[in-house]
Design a protein around this ligand. Structure first.
Ligand code: ZN
Ligand code: ZN
Length: 412
């Protein structure tokens, strides 16, 4: 399949950034340019989150939390959520990286990292979805999701709007304008006390918490991502796309997997930032590029072995990085729809064994890829172009979940 629309959109994006490059260059004449990147790393087992200066590798802070944490950066990059699913609590870190829009350029203000005084407690918090000026935290066993205001958090306050999720389930909630898209559990079946019911679909709720329209079928809904103004969800039968629909609320459309695809489905999704597209897994050893606005929606890419982690490069929109269990890192060219480079970056990390066993995770910072290597107590830093390891950062314990926050801006 030709991802013709993606290609057109990328070209448009390149043209736009070229137009804006000139004022940016002028801005540097009368402003100092500041650049800062920080890594946030959680341990696989120990209740600790570390903040590390990307350039120097120096530890900026070490924060004790309650349990093993999964990290999610907010959309603005000003906060990082440390979700401790087994311990029913979420801590939030202030990253000390704050970009503000100054019209023709952006400013960067750098301050100390810190643990914010607010925590969120509820039964089995799991998926956190960052969106604009807020994040939505879903409590699998709590039967609710919290929409958390980031500005209030940074002032040390919790400003939360709670959404009812009908019944405990391993779900997700995403805001779209004044509406919220929420997964729907199967409430007809009996589940054992230690199990949660499967998901069967997605519903739209309005500001007053009322459901709008019918539930859209999405069997085993798992994985969500936002790209441009669209939100995608992974389902057994296809990828469900939500589009803003004005006052009537979001419109839901199922992109069914075409019959020429092998058996498989999507359960994890990433959304393009500068271009509108989604990248999803398709089973364990394939990925799919999803273009909701083209005639052919899916482009399948086969991997040599099973995928351990994957990530889009926000600064280089046509690159996605896919780490497979043989320790190889693959660069997927989004426009071509093919793997264009690969290199061996860690020893093999098999996907056999427990799903929670320590395995590497990826982040992108300043033209580099950062990979946690829990067996070697390291973060490996690779050049994103050559895929060569340029240095390592030693991190005590088993470094696991990682996010990178930063960039450059004016300072004046
Ligand atoms: Zn400025
Ligand atoms: Zn999940």
């Amino acid at each position: 399949m030709r991802l013709s629309l993606i290609r057109n959109r990328l070209l448009a994006a390149v043209a736009v950034s070229m137009v804006f490059a000139a004022p940016g260059a002028f801005a540097e004449d009368d402003h100092d340019t500041k650049e800062a990147w920080r890594l946030f790393i959680a341990d696989h087992t120990n209740p600790v989150v570390r903040a590390i200066d990307f350039q120097s590798g120096e530890e900026l802070g070490r924060y004790d939390v309650k349990g093993a944490a999964a990290l999610t950066a907010s959309a603005s990059g000003q906060t990082v959520f440390a979700t401790q699913s087994d311990d029913d609590i979420v801590h939030v870190l202030k990253t000390g990286i704050n970009f503000s829009d100054h019209g023709d350029h952006r400013d960067l203000e750098v301050s100390d990292v810190g643990l914010l005084p607010v925590t969120f407690e509820g039964k089995r918090p799991f998926h956190v979805v960052p969106h604009d000026d807020h994040a939505i935290l879903f409590y699998d066993r709590g039967g609710k999701a919290d929409i958390i205001d980031e500005a209030a958090l940074l002032e040390g306050k919790a400003e939360v709007k709670t959404v009812d999720t009908t019944k405990p389930h391993h779900g997700v909630a995403v805001t779209m304008g004044r509406h919220v898209l929420v997964s729907v559990p199967n409430t007809d079946i009996e589940t054992k006390p230690d199990e949660l019911p499967p998901r069967i679909g997605l519903r739209v709720i309005d500001e007053s918490g009322e459901q709008v329209g019918e539930m859209a079928t999405c069997t085993d809904l798992h994985g969500e991502a936002t790209s441009a103004r669209l939100v995608a969800f992974g389902c057994k039968e296809g990828v469900l796309i939500a589009r803003p629909g004005g006052i009537e609320g979001p419109k839901l459309e199922m992109l069914t997997y075409p019959s020429d695809l092998p058996k498989g489905y999507t359960g994890t999704l990433l959304g393009g930032k500068a271009m509108q597209f989604f990248l999803g897994n398709y089973g364990e050893d394939k990925v799919v590029l999803i273009d909701p606005d083209s005639e052919e929606h899916f482009k399948l890419v086969e991997l040599p072995t099973r995928r351990v982690d994957f990530l889009l490069d926000p600064a280089t929109p046509r690159s996605a990085y896919i780490l497979t269990e043989d320790g190889d890192l693959h660069v997927l060219d989004i426009i071509k729809g093919e793997i264009v480079r690969k290199a061996t970056v860690t020893e093999p990390y098999s996907k056999d064994g427990h799903w929670r066993d320590p395995r590497p995770r990826l982040a992108v910072a300043d033209g580099h890829i950062a990979i946690t290597d829990p067996r070697h107590a390291l973060v490996r830093i690779l050049d994103a172009d050559s895929l060569e390891e340029v240095r390592t950062i030693a991190v005590e314990g088993q470094p696991f979940s990682i996010v990178a926050v930063g960039g450059s801006g004016a300072s004046h």
